[in-house]
Design a protein around this ligand. Structure first.
Ligand code: SAM
Length: 380
C-alpha cells in the first residue's frame, strides 16, 4: 500500500509535490469547454462593451447594478474572466477591486473596435459545435455531408447557423435574401477576425516590394490585401471574390486607399485579372485536389516569368499531428468540404507539379490559422 502510494507521488522539476501529469491534458480540455461557455455568456450580455463604454475600471458592484445581477455572484464571474485573461483586476488606493478589459479583449472582443473575434466566437458556437455532432456519422461514411463551400456560389451560408436537417420554412424571398446576406456578413467578419491578428506578419513574411500588381483571389473581406496595400504603397492591389462577396466586403472596409480595387468574379469560370503576384489565403484548403489543380494551373499560366504566388494557409507538421488548431481544422474540412490541410512537403510537391519553384515556407508563430508560403514561376 505504502509502495503504491510512493509510486503514484509525482514531483515537478523543482522536487515539489504535484498531481499526476498524465491528467493535465484532460483537465485542460475540460476547462477549455467551460471557458468557452463563459466567454459566450460574457459576449451575450455585452459585458466587454459595457466595460469599454464605462471608460474606466469598474467595481463588481457598479457593473452588477448595470446588468441587474447579484453583486456577489457577479464578482465571481468577473474573477473567473480575470483568471481566463479576458479581464484585468487592479486594487485602487482605497482598496477597491476594479475590473477592466484585458488588451486582447479591448482589441478583439468589443463591438466598438474592428477587428473583432466576436464573429469567430459565434461561428464556433453556432456552426462548429453543432456540426461536430455529426462526426460519428461522417467517420462511418467517410464523406463530407455539410457543404459550406458550394462550387458556384462559394460560401453556402444557409448551413452556417444551424446544421440540423430542418425543412426550409415558407418565408418570403426577400426575407431569405436578407437572412443569407446576414449570414454572409457573419462569415466574412469571422474570416476577417481570424486573419487580422496575423495579417501584418503575413505580408512581411517575404519582401514583396518588387511586385507591382497583386491580386488576392478569394480575398473575402479584404483585410489581408489591405494590410499588404498599406505595407507596400507602390503596389496596385485587387481584392477578387464572388460578386456578392465583393459587395459585402466593400461595406466592411472603409478608408480604402486609391491603389486598392475590388473586383467581382468567379476564379473557376473567368479569366483572372493580370498580376505579378497572386494570393490564395485560406482558399486552396477549401477544395478537392482537381479544383486545386485547376486554380494553380490558371495562376501559373497567367503569371509572367519571375512572378509569384503567395499561399497563406497553416501548414501541418509532417506527422500530421500538429499544430492543434490546424489538425482540428483538417478534421472540420473533412466534414464541410472536400478540402484538406497540407504538410510542407505536400505543398512543395503540389507547387512543383504545376511548374513553380523556389518554394519558401515561413511559420507564423503563436496561436493562429496562417503560415506564409511563397513560390515562384521560373524565368525559363
Ligand atoms: C475561406 S474564405 C477565405 C477568405 C480570405 N482569403 C481570408 O483568408 O480571410 C474563401 C473565399 O473564397 C471565395 N470563393 C469561393 N469560391 C470562389 C470562386 N469560385 N471565385 C472567387 N472566389 C471564391 C469565398 O467567397 C471566400 O471569400
Amino acid at each position: 500500500m505504502y509502495k503504491m502510494f510512493i509510486e503514484n507521488v509525482h514531483l515537478d522539476s523543482n522536487e515539489r509535490l504535484c498531481s499526476d501529469p498524465a491528467a493535465d491534458a484532460i483537465f485542460q480540455i475540460l476547462s477549455g469547454a467551460r471557458n468557452f461557455k463563459l466567454l459566450m455568456h460574457a459576449l451575450e450580455i455585452g459585458l466587454f462593451d459595457e466595460i469599454a463604454v464605462f471608460g474606466e475600471p469598474i467595481t463588481a458592484e457598479t457593473a452588477a447594478k448595470k446588468f441587474q445581477f447579484n453583486a456577489a455572484s457577479f464578482r465571481r464571474f468577473l474573477d473567473t474572466l480575470v483568471a481566463m485573461g479576458l479581464l484585468k483586476k487592479e486594487v485602487s488606493m482605497k482598496g477597491r477591486e476594479l475590473y477592466s478589459n484585458s488588451s486582447g479583449t479591448s482589441k478583439y472582443l468589443t463591438r466598438c473596435r474592428k477587428p473583432t473575434l466576436i464573429a469567430a466566437a459565434l461561428m464556433e458556437s453556432n456552426f462548429v459545435m453543432p456540426m461536430l455532432d455529426i462526426l460519428p456519422l461522417a467517420l462511418k461514411t467517410g464523406s463530407s455531408s455539410i457543404n459550406v463551400m458550394g462550387t458556384k456560389k462559394g460560401v453556402n451560408t444557409d448551413k452556417m447557423d444551424n446544421v440540423s436537417n430542418k425543412p426550409p420554412q415558407n418565408t418570403p424571398p426577400e426575407m431569405n435574401e436578407q437572412k443569407s446576406a446576414d449570414k454572409l456578413m457573419k462569415f466574412l467578419l469571422c474570416m476577417d477576425g481570424m486573419a487580422q491578428p496575423c495579417a501584418p506578419s503575413l505580408v512581411r513574411a517575404f519582401d514583396l516590394s518588387a511586385h507591382r500588381n497583386v491580386v488576392d483571389l478569394g480575398g473575402g473581406s479584404g483585410s489581408i490585401a489591405l494590410e499588404l496595400a498599406r505595407t507596400y504603397p507602390q503596389t496596385n492591389v485587387t481584392i477578387y471574390d464572388l460578386p456578392h462577396v465583393i459587395q459585402m466586403a466593400q461595406k466592411i472596409q472603409r478608408d480604402v486607399p486609391s491603389h486598392v480595387t475590388f473586383q467581382g468574379g468567379n476564379f473557376f469560370e473567368e479569366d483572372l485579372p493580370d498580376a505579378d503576384l497572386y494570393i490564395f489565403a485560406h482558399v486552396l484548403h477549401d477544395w478537392e485536389e482537381e479544383k486545386v489543380d485547376i486554380l494553380l494551373e490558371k495562376v501559373h499560366d497567367k503569371l509572367p516569368p519571375g512572378g509569384s504566388l503567395l499561399v497563406l494557409e497553416k501548414v501541418l507538421n509532417e506527422r500530421r499531428d500538429g499544430p492543434l488548431l490546424t489538425v482540428t481544422s483538417d478534421l472540420i474540412m473533412s466534414l464541410i468540404s472536400k478540402g484538406k490541410e497540407r504538410t510542407e512537403s505536400e505543398y512543395r510537391k503540389l507547387f512543383s507539379k504545376h511548374g513553380f519553384s523556389n518554394t519558401c515556407v515561413k511559420t507564423i508563430e503563436g496561436v493562429n490559422y496562417y503560415d506564409a508560403i511563397l513560390t515562384k514561376k521560373p524565368f525559363c
